[in-house]
Design a protein around this ligand. Structure first.
Ligand code: DON
Length: 305
């Protein structure tokens, strides 16, 4: 597989020219558009990495997977279901339109920005810092990397420019999806979680835990099979926002994208995959990263469908 993924990185790298790095969070605009990396891990501990795999980048919306798992563990599925549903969206990740018109004001799913912000209210913690630490520790455990920290520059950049997320959160407060929380404090937790700095190997490890229904490669049980099923199903239907359908057809793996350029993919029972390519399409997905996953899925017949 090592030789094959090196060839695929070379084949897909030209696709980095087709997109643009995220600029609505100014600090993300500094990324090198031509970078591309992949890591594939299996449960026996075998790893294949290719391309710019040492590059660190911010986890961004991929952290919504950890937020979702933490709130399922802390509050249970039925409480989570009062805050968000588990339905796909035909709108972008930061869209506000459905909050007023659909679903009794609940965000459609936990992976759009509104859904993740609402889910943070259910995470256990005496104060906002506790909630942040709960999710950071969970990301560290899932990735097997206890050194994961916030990229301070990206965090401050998003905090300064995050008006759309403020709009979403205040709208949800007006419709009582968010009740007692201070919005600025809540968003501070969200911005910090999105700014955790990771590598493709960290993402692949997180994917491997989902592939193994909640168990780390060392055998520690972080969550149960029912939670894993809920999360993988939601990733399949909602993880790539309004291109989840096309992604299911062409890649066919439960996945989550982030505007930092990462994508986490799960091959149930077999592999965790992390890719990185900061050049994004209009949906906020790595263009070359998506192409790489498509080729990988075809080459090794990985689609779950
Ligand atoms: O809230 C935001 O806009 C970013 N922190 C995360 C968005 C994101 O990663 C969308 N996914 N592709």
């Amino acid at each position: 597989m090592q030789k094959k993924i090196e060839d695929l990185v070379a084949k897909c790298r030209p696709y980095t020219k087709k997109g643009e790095v995220a600029s609505y969070i100014p600090e993300l605009g500094k990324a090198d558009k031509e970078q591309l990396a992949v890591c594939v891990l299996d449960k026996e501990g075998n790893q294949c990495q290719a391309g710019d795999y040492s590059q660190k980048f911010t986890i961004q919306s991929i952290a919504k997977v950890a937020i979702f798992i933490c709130c399922l563990l802390d509050a249970g599925k039925s409480e989570v279901g009062k805050k968000v549903s588990f339905e796909p969206t035909s709108d972008g990740f930061n869209s506000i339109v459905n909050l007023e018109t659909k679903n009794k004001h609940r965000p459609l799913n936990p992976f759009i920005n509104a859904g993740a912000i609402a889910c943070i209210t259910l995470i256990k913690g005496a104060d906002p810092e506790d909630k942040f630490v709960r999710v950071r520790e969970f990301v560290r455990k899932m990735s097997g990397n206890s050194d994961i920290e916030v990229a301070e520059g990206v965090y401050l950049s998003e905090k300064k420019t995050g008006s759309r997320n403020r709009a979403l959160a205040y709208f949800m407060k007006s419709s009582l999806i968010i009740k007692d929380e201070d919005i600025e404090e809540l968003l501070d937790v969200y911005f910090k979680i999105c700014s955790l700095s990771v590598t493709v190997k960290d993402l692949a490890n997180m994917g491997l835990v989902l592939a193994q229904n909640g168990r780390t490669p060392a055998g520690e049980k972080l969550f149960g099979a029912e939670t894993a099923r809920t999360v993988k199903a939601t990733m399949t239907l909602c993880g790539m926002y309004d291109e989840s359908g096309e992604f299911a057809v062409n890649v066919g793996l439960p996945s989550k994208s982030g505007v930092g350029g990462g994508i986490l993919s799960v091959v149930p029972g077999r592999f965790g995959i992390g890719v990185y390519g900061p050049s994004l399409n209009k949906k906020g997905t790595s263009v070359a990263g998506k192409k790489l996953l498509q080729e990988l899925s075809r080459e090794f017949d990985l689609s779950i469908f």
